[in-house]
Design a protein around this ligand. Sequence first.
Ligand SMILES: [Fe+2]
Ligand SMILES: [Fe+2]
Length: 432
Amino acid sequence: MNSLRSMWAKRFKPEKNVLLSYSLFMLIVVAGASSLLGIVLTGFVRGHVIRMHASFYADSLSSAFSSTLPGASKEELARAHDSLEREGLLMHVKTMSIWDSSGVLLYGEASPFIGAVGNDPLVDAQSGSLRFIYKTTSVRGMFDLPRGDLALYLPIRDLRSTVIGVIGLIESDEGLADDLGIAARTIALYVSFAGVAIYASLFMLYFRSYRRQSLYSARLKKSKESIIFAMSSLSSLRDQETGGHLERCEEYVRLLAGELREDRIFRRYVDAEYIESLANVAPLHDIGKVGIDDAILRKPGKLTPDEYEIMKTHCALGASILEAARERLPFESELELAIELTRHHHERWDGTGYPYGLSGESIPLSARIMAIADVYDALRSERYYKKAIGHAESLKIIKAGAGTQFDPRLLFIVETCSDKLERIYNGTPCIS
Ligand SMILES: [Fe+2]
Ligand SMILES: [Fe+2]
């Protein structure tokens, strides 16, 4: 089955829905980057606001305890606590604990955060850093701070700035929670706007380039089609074939290959790109006739065996013309399909055709389809040496060639497309 279709057709597949793929990819990238940026910024701003808030406690409490802490009893610390509360310095504070510089609890309750391996806030505060735990931060997964509560661990310093103890506060400040919520929402809003703006700009940029590229590709495609038409016209100018043969062959091939897509065996090998490419290069099938002498090409009668041998060389000659063009291309193109179709369109299913006498599936599918189209049009057309044959008679002759001249599995499409084949020959547009 490999020969049903050239390897080129499998490799040369244009990407589908490029715009949609790019849009989705960019949407995922921008949404991911925005979310990450939002999380990082929110964490940064929250930390900054809490540090500013904590610096108030750090200043006032450190000065209150710097002279009383060394050697203070539990009662003295309780009195200092009461005094601070009366002064309104601990307005939102629910609990207060005090440790000395070696980590011994002097006052208040032990916090479940203390003692966390590698993440002990007391150790950090002892070394002079301010530590906080906010919202649902968990320590070792064993304790969750109630939402909106803030745990602060502040170093207490003496006059020489040496850490002499640590104060731990659990604070429940709705105002602070509201401020932090507003800050988080504002950041999320700005980051979302920025994400949408970046996405829209990137999309517009890509869309403009895509449109320009599409226009350029469409022009290139039209140019390629005109060049193929001009090249194939060279052979028809000198040949005795009736006008319009090449254009009709293109339409027959498009029709027949299109019908193959409906077939269980062939639909795995025939897709829209293959059909379009095959139809594009079909007019080139007899380009090798430019190298055949006029005396043979235009002979008004049957060719002698020698003349026929010369005529048969048009397949190899056409293929070599196209191969020379292919040498100039550093990539795979429709020329691969054009070469196999041009070289093999006179092969016969039973192996008695030319130029190589290939048989069965060793004949490329493109050439097997082309053979049916070419023979149908030749039968219908008048030549110097024969009269034109009607549609029904032509179909009968083609069907009689099943298994000898043509691939028998392809002939069902001739039956299915009978009306459309006739319309193409008569120049009536096909409505499919
Ligand atoms: Fe030919
Ligand atoms: Fe032909």
